[in-house]
Design a protein around this ligand. Structure first.
Ligand SMILES: [Zn+2]
Length: 249
């Protein structure tokens, strides 16, 4: 746990919490808790992942995971269109096969898409070869260099391999829309209180998050538009010139 102790005193976590982390649990344990604002300790621990976009400009990157979902995604697209907002959709292969025209609509409306695996496996609970096959299966349907691991979970070996082929997009702000135990108002304030220029925000266009999302998304769009923010999609051009080879052997 020496890697963690390096960040002692440098993160947003207080001294006592850091000490507890160092003494008791592993980095994977820490990642399995969820934070609405990703502590810099994780961002430093996985420096090759993309947690936010460095910029002073008022730009925010909204992302939607787990679609396309016929009951939710068309509504999301309508909300985004009202503000000429562009976003990034981390799609699941199985969902694309259920709603291919909706997937095409997301692309046609100028949004970015990223690989979120074929069937949403947990990287910690699956052997790496099977896991890579799952991602490759999705890559046949999604032409993108962006990948977001389901549940944000990757074992170091998986991460090492995948980042040779993909840009691994994480986040710095989690709305918590997937959590039915939090009030909708909290979901909204998780976003409004934590977004900074260049933030990457996670929402879910799936059925589980629908109720929180329907409350939160229109208010988030109105709130940040009013503050002069632009909503942009993540893409290769803005993610620096690093070349990635998308073919997984
Ligand atoms: Zn997911």
């Amino acid at each position: 746990m020496d890697e963690i102790s390096m960040y002692k005193g440098k993160s947003e976590l207080d001294e006592k919490t850091i000490q507890t982390l160092i003494n008791t649990i592993t980095i994977n344990d820490i990642m399995s808790m969820y934070f609405t604002k990703t502590p810099s300790i994780f961002q430093n621990y996985f420096p090759n992942f993309i947690w936010k976009i460095p910029t002073e400009e008022k730009v925010v990157y909204l992302t939607f995971d787990d679609g396309p979902t016929p009951e939710v995604t068309p509504w999301v697209l309508e909300q985004l269109a009202k503000y000429q907002a562009k976003a990034t959709f981390f799609v699941i292969g199985e969902q694309i096969l259920k709603a291919p025209s909706l997937f095409q609509q997301v692309i046609d409306e100028g949004h970015s898409v990223g690989n979120h695996s074929y069937s949403h496996p947990n990287g910690w609970a699956m052997d790496s070869i099977t896991y890579f096959h799952n991602i490759r299966h999705c890559a046949r349907l999604v032409n993108s260099s962006l990948f977001r691991p389901p549940y944000g979970r990757l074992m170091p070996k998986q991460a090492q391999f995948l980042q040779r082929h993909y840009r691994i997009i994480m986040w710095d702000v989690l709305s918590g829309d997937f959590d039915p135990t939090i009030p909708k108002e909290r979901c909204l304030s998780n976003v409004t209180k934590n977004v900074k220029p260049g933030s990457i925000v996670v929402f879910h266009d799936n059925e589980k998050a629908k109720s929180n999302l329907e409350y939160t998304l229109p208010k988030v769009l109105a709130y940040f538009a009013d503050k002069g923010y632009q909503f942009q999609a993540l893409n290769d051009q803005m993610l620096d010139g690093r070349k990635v080879d998308r073919k997984i052997a």
